[in-house]
Design a binder for this molecule. Structure first.
Ligand SMILES: [Mn+2]
Length: 331
């Protein structure tokens, strides 16, 4: 396992660079959007003269305001000279950087800050803390408080809130709470931020979640719950993939369930599978067996297939193997 947990003292690299690019993963989530926008604002506060560009796909509507006032690049401009520094956030593998990979590859120096256990450390300088709740938490540790303002604090807070499921997942540590305590000194409305960006759902989202529950089945004697949403169902409820967030976690909360599998049709013959476990199943290991990745209790993988049921049963059989092994070790 790669473990570069010491502080890298990010500020020194920022000060040395005349031009900086920041990038996060495809389909940005709260931690990705929070950490990237927070860092861009922080660099602006510390080095207002430095040219700084953010490369990021569209931020989900619920927290798109994090990017207000930042020019976000969603494509590559070939004319642009290589950046002195590229800071890659919340990406477990270089491929997750998506369209911005060529910009990263051309940069004179690269830094990776991330908390995915599978991260091999693909940059020149890597800080990878598998035990950190979020990339936002790791960034907060690197930051000098004099350049943190309300907007920076709000971005990092949102990132931590989302990756900890509102301080509930086991990745939430005493250190997480200490950092959050400092962030809460800034003047933003934390309860409203949590409700509006994490819990609030549109009527269509509520309905598609209900449909996912109606489609759900139990397997492995009730220890596994599975569900599938087709593109036709998404069209029927007028929802996008980003509106399906939270469904798999809700499935996992079913009494008696150890592991939840939710899959949806992202494109023609393209199925995204999300996995969550409650205690002992290592879903990252399962996702990795099919070319995906993630964390021990939250992972994902994409299948390109016209037989989603087959893909689902392959994944379920690996989950069942882990459950069987666990049961034997209890026996
Ligand atoms: Mn994250």
């Amino acid at each position: 396992m790669t473990d570069y947990t010491d502080l890298i003292h990010l500020d020194q690299y920022i000060r040395q660079a005349g031009s900086i690019a920041v990038g996060g993963h495809e389909h940005p989530d709260g931690d990705c959007a929070g950490s990237t926008t927070g860092l861009v604002r922080y660099i602006n506060n510390m080095c207002p003269q430095t040219q700084i560009d953010l490369y990021l796909e569209k931020i989900p509507d619920a927290y798109a305001f994090l990017g207000d006032g930042i020019e976000i690049r969603d494509h590559i401009d070939e004319e642009r000279a290589p950046y002195d520094l590229f800071i890659c956030l919340d990406c477990g593998v270089i491929e997750r950087l998506g369209f911005a990979q060529p910009v990263f590859n051309k940069a004179l120096k690269t830094i990776c800050i991330d908390h995915h256990i599978s991260n091999p450390g693909f940059a020149d300088i890597n800080r990878i803390c598998p035990h950190a709740s979020s990339t936002s938490e790791m960034l907060a540790e690197e930051m000098d408080a004099q350049y943190v303002d309300t907007d920076v604090a709000r971005s990092l807070f949102l990132g931590i809130v989302h990756d900890t499921g509102v301080f509930q997942y086991p990745c939430t540590s005493p250190g997480t709470h200490r950092i959050v305590a400092d962030l809460l000194k800034y003047d933003f409305n934390a309860p409203e931020l949590i409700t509006k960006t994490f819990y609030e759902k549109t009527m269509q989202q509520q309905k598609i979640a209900a449909q996912a529950m109606l489609n759900a089945r139990l397997a492995a004697g009730g220890a596994v719950i599975t569900s599938m949403i087709t593109a036709a169902e998404m069209q029927q409820y007028d929802v996008l993939p980003e509106h399906l967030d939270g469904i798999v976690a809700q499935m996992r909360d079913t009494k008696g369930v150890e592991c939840a599998l939710f899959m949806y049709e992202r494109g023609k013959d393209e199925w995204k599978v999300s996995l969550r476990s409650r205690s002992y199943v290592d879903v990252r290991q399962i996702a990795q067996a099919f070319g995906g990745g993630g964390h021990r209790k939250a992972a994902g993988v994409t299948f390109n297939t016209d037989k989603p049921e087959d893909a689902m049963s392959q994944v379920v059989s690996l989950i069942s193997e882990q459950i069987d092994r666990q049961e034997k070790s209890f026996a």
